[in-house]
Design a protein. Structure first.
Length: 278
């Protein structure tokens, strides 16, 4: 594994407000985070990497995930990103255990901690459901972190491994999802809040809420991540004060027509992706 660095120290980042923000995921899901970031931070330029050749991340071993994540962070570092957003819950479960990674909160932001902090602040919710990939749910990170911040919470966590691949393939119609929902959401009837712990899931938020007849609040996680990134940049005086004239850059490890079609749903426009295998 190559040694990773995102600048030799904090001083190398200060003053780099015009440099891009890196965002990565195994595929489409990270685009939901990117869209929220672009809405929140309109002056910023972004570099997106989707590791579509290796999706889904949720069924990969920890060592394999470490290799993928390390390579992508190295690539985004080479693009001179001032900040990197790990827009994948499965990848977030290993980010703190990467070797030779000078991880600090103001350089690399993973998606789990901001979501947990946001939920813990909302005292009105006591019964919480969490859905995600096998890797995310199996790590126990959401359960552990939520219980540490609020021991009174009652948490139901369940792996929903079919949802991300279905979303990647465009199977998001309610009649297709209904039998899957019936199986996955058994026992969630008394939950007050649902944490969709996979960045693919925003595209089916409405379908989930209608399944529960709008009796269950679905947490809008992309907005939480965008708010956290904005706060970190503001604290480091790294928010770009002027609109960046350069175009965002999009990279994939494998390009398919299906991905390009679904990407347009997330971003609202056609995007040109470059093929980069790491």
């Amino acid at each position: 594994m190559s040694k990773l660095s995102l600048g030799s120290n904090k001083n190398t980042i200060i003053g780099r407000s015009s440099q891009p923000i890196g965002v990565f995921d195994s595929g489409l899901g990270g685009l939901s985070i990117l869209k929220a970031l672009k809405d929140k931070l309109p002056n910023e330029r972004f570099v997106y990497y989707g590791d579509t050749a290796h999706l889904p991340y949720g069924d990969k071993s920890e060592n394999t995930l470490k290799e993928y994540v390390s390579s992508i962070i190295s690539f985004l570092n080479q693009q001179n990103c001032k900040l990197i957003v790990v827009a994948c819950n499965s990848a977030a479960t290993v980010i703190h255990r990467l070797e030779n990674l000078p991880f600090v909160d103001d350089q690399i932001i993973e998606v789990i901690s901001p979501i947990v902090a946001s939920v813990a602040e909302q005292k009105k919710y006591q019964r919480i459901g969490v859905i995600g990939t096998r890797k995310t749910i199996g790590s126990g990170m959401f359960d552990q972190k939520l219980s540490q911040l609020n021991p009174m919470l009652k948490i139901i966590a369940r792996a929903t491994p079919l949802l991300a691949p279905m979303i990647e393939d465009g199977f998001v119609e309610e009649d297709v999802l209904l039998p899957i929902f019936k199986r996955y959401f058994k026992g969630f009837e008394n939950c007050e809040l649902l944490i969709p712990a996979c960045t693919h899931y925003p595209i089916i938020y409405n379908q989930i809420e209608r399944y529960f007849d709008n009796g269950l609040k679905v947490l809008h996680t992309p907005k939480i991540i965008a708010k956290k990134v904005s706060q970190v940049l503001a604290n480091q005086q790294l928010i770009n004060p002027e609109k960046n004239d350069k175009q965002d850059s999009f990279y994939l490890s494998d390009i398919t027509d299906d991905f390009l079609r679904e990407a347009k749903l997330f971003l609202g426009s056609d995007v040109s992706f470059s093929l980069v295998s790491l």
